[in-house]
Design a protein around this ligand. Structure first.
Ligand SMILES: [Zn+2]
Length: 328
């Protein structure tokens, strides 16, 4: 997706720093009360997620319209079916680009409410941030096979321990074909879906969570700007769960700048309030160091990060009611 500057993040850091040192006699800010997390929730396995990630990477580059992309799509649909999902393919063309969104439903057609969990499964054809090989494809291990792998593992757990509400895992296509500075050139799969929603209309979803670049070493997930705008309560709750699980290092309570990514289109055009969990450097250095280079391969994936993201999602999904965000 398109990158914007880190000014807001830096400003937030500076403000927090000033408050912390302005008065030594000020009472400490009281932490919010602990969230009541479900005790009997299933256990997310980073080893299992990593194996899914290896399988996705074995397909080759996931560039829309190529045989490798087709092979990967077939593998993903089969993997989701094996994990008990009803799988829908959304195939179309958007502004001349082929779209193949993959939707895996848990909980049956009539179950309400529903929530949406998503990642993008395509990979970028050109490593334009790579000084050595700008024309080579990006392997896309972190961007965004990592998000796909975490959601496949969550699908495995949903089959074992169904939730009392509907969950759709959607793998968006054609997210990463964009050109920097060209508006709406990224996220073609989500733009297509907001105009042709299937199999459910957007109104069926209470909210959603999107994962992008969730496997990098020492990743930080800032509270992305559009997420704070469109789904502020969900942001608060997710980051509170992360803190309670001891993952504040990965989920610092810092405001990040808005990022034009799939969730932006889902929130603004689709009217599904979305939170984007996306790696962003708190000091304004952008995404992850290997972003849109040929070095975004499986060697940069850290299971500890996959575990942190998976644990937060599972704790959240099994503890909160999607209608109210109150404990289930
Ligand atoms: Zn990307």
């Amino acid at each position: 997706m398109g990158a914007r500057g880190g000014i807001i993040t830096l400003a937030a850091l500076i403000i927090i720093g000033c408050q912390g040192s302005s008065s030594s006699s000020a009472p400490p800010v009281s932490a919010p009360p602990p969230v009541k997390l479900a005790q009997n929730r299933p256990v997310f396995s980073a080893d299992s997620a990593y194996k899914y990630l290896e399988e996705v990477m074995k397909c080759g580059n996931r560039i829309p319209g190529t045989p490798e992309h087709k092979r990967c799509g077939d593998w993903l649909m089969e993997a989701l079916r094996r994990r008990g999902a009803s799988v829908y393919e959304q195939v179309g063309v958007y502004r001349g680009t082929p779209i193949h969104n993959i939707i895996a439903s848990y909980g049956g057609d009539t179950v309400s409410p529903r929530i949406l969990l998503s990642a993008h499964w395509d990979s970028r054809p050109h490593a334009d941030q790579d000084p050595q090989n700008p024309q080579a494809p990006v392997p896309g291990a972190n961007d965004d096979a990592s998000g796909v792998a975490v959601l496949l593992e969550i699908g495995r757990l949903l089959q074992q321990r169904p939730l009392p509400y509907g969950v759709d895992i959607i793998f968006w296509d054609s997210e990463d074909l964009g050109k920097e500075g060209v508006s709406d050139s990224y996220c073609l799969g989500t733009q297509y879906w907001t105009e042709n929603p299937a199999p459910y209309p957007p109104q069926r979803y209470r909210w959603g969570i999107h994962l992008d670049m969730v496997g990098g070493k020492n990743a930080t997930f800032l509270q992305e700007g559009y997420s704070r705008q469109y789904a502020p309560l969900l942001v608060e709750q997710l980051w509170a769960v992360a803190r309670q699980l001891g993952y504040e290092r990965y989920f610092p309570p810092l405001a990040g700048e808005p990022i034009t990514d799939d969730p932006y289109y889902l929130s603004s055009r689709g009217r599904v309030p979305m939170v984007n969990i996306i790696q962003r450097d708190p000091m304004g250095k952008g995404f992850f160091p290997e972003w849109h280079t040929t070095r975004d391969d499986i060697s940069i994936i850290d299971k500890a990060t996959l575990q942190a993201v998976g644990d937060v999602l599972i704790a959240f999904l099994y503890s909160f009611h999607p209608q109210t965000l109150a404990p289930l």
